[in-house]
Design a protein around this ligand. Structure first.
Ligand SMILES: [Zn+2]
Length: 289
């Protein structure tokens, strides 16, 4: 049997540790009121995650592992054209992967075909650490193609790729979590990284709010592109998309089939118009409580 490298063990332990810590904090300091029973939702999300993990194992993992080795060996891609210290190249690669993931996130929302694949992630009626793992396998398989483009064009080495993957995983668990951080701490953190309140706004069923806060790591990209939205109080947010409001609409089997079925008008409440937000009581440039 193949031995698992020590670094993989350590990052696996950090991942499980962060997941358990956030679960515990979600019980102690929930940020938003839950709609569905936590155990049922988490079991459904983790089942979807298990299918997706299997799909990743046979698609993205072998593809990217060999691509990063080719990039390193042939000195291919943007970063390999310059001579720079190793640590600086890794830091730049991580930042550029984060930026191009921001672009991919916009693309999967904007392209009707790709949006179908991302939809199972957004129809979750609550948002917490288990949502962080709930991606449809088709989204992950298709995004392996984008990932290959990122690695090749940027020139990402195996070391830089695994650094990016680990940081992304830590960030994704954190910003999907339903943990209420002290507002002053979160206002400070959100100047640098995506936080739970910021990402909560992205999961709002108000379209204008969902069309914001696309970053997955650094908030810099939303800030630079003018897509950062701060002033929506979390208690005013309904998580999900308007067309799927009932727990029976988002069962495990329906989620698996969702990208392949015809869709109702996603941003319309059944039999009603598009949800909107009244004037917000918080200044635009301030993260709301
Ligand atoms: Zn999204």
């Amino acid at each position: 049997m193949k031995r698992v490298p020590r670094a993989a063990w350590i990052s696996g332990l950090i991942f499980v540790g962060e997941f358990c810590l956030l679960l515990w904090l979600e019980r102690r300091r929930p940020l938003r009121r839950a709609v569905e029973p936590k155990f049922r939702r988490s079991a459904r999300n983790l089942s979807l995650a298990a299918v997706s993990a299997l799909a990743l194992q046979v698609t993205e993992r072998p593809l990217i592992a060999s691509l990063t080795r080719v990039v390193e060996h042939r000195q291919f891609g943007l970063l390999k054209q310059f001579s720079m210290p190793r640590w600086f190249e890794v830091a730049l690669a991580v930042a550029l992967m984060d930026y191009t993931l921001y672009l991919w996130h916009i693309l999967i929302h904007r392209s009707p075909w790709l949006w179908r694949l991302h939809l199972p992630h957004h129809v979750d009626l609550d948002l917490d650490v288990a949502t962080a793992l709930r991606f449809h396998f088709s989204e992950l398989v298709v995004s392996a193609g984008w990932r290959a483009g990122q690695v090749t064009l940027i020139g990402v080495s195996p070391r830089a790729y695994s650094a990016w993957q680990r940081l992304l995983m830590l960030s994704i668990l954190f910003h999907h979590s339903n943990v209420e951080l002290p507002i002053e701490l979160e206002r400070w953190l959100s100047r640098i990284i995506v936080t739970p309140r910021l990402h909560g706004i992205h999961h709002s069923m108000v379209r204008d709010e969902s069309d914001s806060n696309w970053s997955s790591g650094l908030t810099l990209w939303d800030w630079l592109h003018g897509t950062l939205k701060l002033n929506v109080p979390q208690q005013a947010i309904t998580i999900g998309v308007p067309a799927y409001r009932q727990p029976e609409d988002v069962s495990f089997c329906k989620l698996i089939a969702m990208p392949f079925r015809s869709q109702p008008p996603i941003w319309q409440l059944p039999g009603d118009g598009e949800p909107e937000r009244d004037a917000l009581p918080v200044p635009e440039n301030q993260l709301a409580k």
